[in-house]
Design a protein around this ligand. Structure first.
Ligand SMILES: *Cc1c(COP(=O)(O)O)cnc(C)c1O
Length: 219
């Protein structure tokens, strides 16, 4: 027997995540990875690398809160937005029972994290106008714990309509968490929905330092 057979069924069945780096290609500007094309000077102060880090680094939390215009107690730091996506699924979804909802075509990691965790996926494709299908999503709210929306959407670039989002947040109150992935919000900061965090306890906004801040490697 190969030890590979000891792995969980969902793990054995997984299709490996095709990161832009794995897909390959030539050159040094990787538009499909959406990385910044160049690194910026960065100094690491290494005198405490022997110590475990704080679970939430206060300076990072406070600085990011000031940058994003939210309160520090609304910020949770993760090792990349991908970790945040998986933490949300692991926190809110029971394996073998619960489901998430995604609106393809969209960022691939929501489905991959769900599969890895044994959590089901409801697909509600974008409409012909490349918007979330609000009525269809509302109809599925009793079946899902988390709704993942991406704004601007990877790969289409569209923003999620604010009125539709607000109506969904109202309907999902006490029923489901709505996650808005703002990995590319630095292209249009005025379109962020962070101001809605104060109104809706079931809203989560994910952000990243990997793209606009050119820090994908710091994870
Ligand atoms: C790149 C990307 C992420 C992941 O960001 P990391 O912080 O590097 O994990 C999340 N969401 C979208 C839409 C992305 O394009």
């Amino acid at each position: 027997m190969s030890i590979a057979n000891l792995a969980r069924r969902v793990v054995r069945a997984l299709t490996p995540y095709q990161s832009a780096r794995r897909i390959g290609g030539k050159g040094h500007v990787w538009l499909n990875a959406n990385e910044a094309p160049q690194a910026y000077p960065f100094t690491i102060e290494g005198s405490r690398l022997n110590r475990y880090p704080e679970c939430q680094p206060t300076e990072v939390v406070n600085s990011y809160a000031a940058y994003a215009g939210v309160n520090p107690d609304q910020v949770l730091v993760s090792r990349g937005a991908d970790e945040a996506i998986e933490l949300l699924i692991r926190t809110f979804c029971e394996a073998g029972e619960d489901q998430i909802l995604i609106c393809p075509p969209t960022y691939g990691m929501y489905a991959i994290s769900a599969e890895t965790c044994g959590v089901g996926i409801v697909e509600q494709p974008l409409t012909i106008r490349r918007q979330p299908d609000w009525p269809a999503i509302a109809d599925r709210l009793s079946d899902v714990k988390l709704v993942f929306l991406c704004s601007p959407n990877n790969p289409t670039g569209d923003l999620v309509g604010r009125d539709g989002l607000i109506a969904l947040l109202e309907k999902a109150r006490d029923r489901a968490i709505v996650v808005v992935d703002e990995a590319y919000i630095e292209f249009c900061p005025e379109s962020s929905v962070v101001d809605l965090l104060a109104r809706f306890p079931n809203l989560v906004v994910t952000r990243t330092l990997s793209k606009a801040f050119a820090l994908a490697g710091i994870r």
